[in-house]
Design a protein around this ligand. Structure first.
Ligand code: FDA
Length: 315
């Protein structure tokens, strides 16, 4: 079966306004609403509470204020203000200073200069307060421009910023080499977007093989790379390679998403690896949660159960 099939199904659902309305109504409504597993809540206060719980388990974290594909500069400015407020709340609350951001939330689709300005407005106070800021990677339509914005920020001497790259894309080895040469930190992920076979691996084996190869390249030549996956075979391969190369455990980190494989998060931390949890929150959770559902067909059962429980079960 094609690896991309469930992704395609949830991608289609994610484009439906009707599904979005229904999901937004029921996804967080009950205590066990299906979206609650994957997001820390809708407000900064809920995110801070979730972040404290993650820290209490001895894990590192990065906070993502959900939002993407904004269409106006007003919306991009509002998202930037939310990140500035988040920085203040994190500093005041003693939460780990690490953020993840999508450039289309800051106006990449509106105008690149606006997006760069918004990023700089965030990176300045973030830098003063010792934050690290990771740019998430969105669909392949944005790969070039995301790298270009990243390199612009780097040339402007922002060094508290890194980038995610997707093993699924054929181009990624070149991009890894480009960022390794700069000395920038890369988060390696499999890739959450539906992409055509002309530019991406569409079978799981191809993605996994590319991930292994790129993880080795990052461990050999990268700067504080993040190996971001819940795939135990890839995690084991990374551990084995790092250990054979004599790489200290603080020279790279593992990263996983909030709500997924908490058992593995705990065991890796227990073994002395750096383990960072990506904690998303905010009202614009729909596309993020749809991507999570598309990654695992079994999640569909979980959604249906949650919707039935919310409406009192079968009648
Ligand atoms: P895979 O999908 O093979 O899953 C391995 C195992 O993990 C599964 O068997 C299951 O046990 C568990 N699992 C994985 N996903 C699950 C889910 N949704 N629900 C329940 N269990 C699940 N992508 C992107 O394109 N741009 C980005 O910037 C980022 N950023 C990012 C940050 C971090 C910290 C992580 C961990 C991931 C991302 N991703 C991402 C998402 C990434 O591309 C990928 O879609 C997911 O991590 C799922 O792939 P795995 O590597 O976990 O493998």
């Amino acid at each position: 079966m094609l690896y991309a099939a469930p992704k395609a199904f949830f991608y289609l659902l994610s484009r439906s306004r009707h599904v979005k309305r229904l999901a937004t109504r029921y996804g967080l409504s009950a205590k066990d609403g299906f979206a609650r597993r994957f997001i820390a809540g809708e407000t900064i206060e809920e995110a801070v509470a979730a972040a404290r719980a993650v820290q209490a388990r001895g894990l590192h974290l990065t906070l993502d204020h959900l939002g993407e594909s904004v269409r106006t500069s007003e919306a991009a400015t509002a998202a930037t203000r939310e990140y500035l407020r988040l920085i203040d709340v994190i500093v005041a609350g003693g939460i780990e200073r690490n953020l993840s951001i999508k450039l289309t939330q800051l106006g990449l689709d509106v105008d690149r200069a606006t997006c760069v300005d918004n990023m700089r407005r965030i990176l300045d106070p973030a830098g003063r307060h010792g934050f690290f800021v990771r740019l998430d990677m969105e669909s392949s339509a944005y790969t070039d421009v995301t790298l270009e914005v990243f390199e612009t920020l780097w040339q402007l001497e922002h060094r508290n910023v890194g980038l995610a790259l997707q093993a699924s894309l054929h181009r990624t080895e070149n991009d890894v080499r480009r960022l390794n040469a700069l000395g920038a930190s890369v988060r390696l992920v499999k890739g959450a977007y539906r992409e055509p076979a002309s530019i991406a691996h569409v079978r799981r084996a191809g993605v996994d093989e590319a991930f292994r190869r790129l993880a080795r390249l990052l461990l050999d030549e990268g700067t504080l790379p993040a190996i971001a996956t819940h795939d135990e075979a890839l995690i084991d391969a990374t551990r084995a390679y790092a250990s054979a190369a004599g790489l200290p455990r603080d020279r790279f980190e593992f990263e996983m998403l909030y709500g997924i494989r908490r058992d593995l998060q705990a065991s890796l931390t227990g073994e002395g690896y750096r383990m960072r949890v990506y904690v998303p929150f905010g009202r614009e959770w729909f596309p993020y949660v749809m991507r999570r559902l598309g990654e695992r067909p079994a999640n569909l059962r979980f959604v249906i159960q949650s919707l039935l429980a919310d409406r009192g079960g079968w009648r």
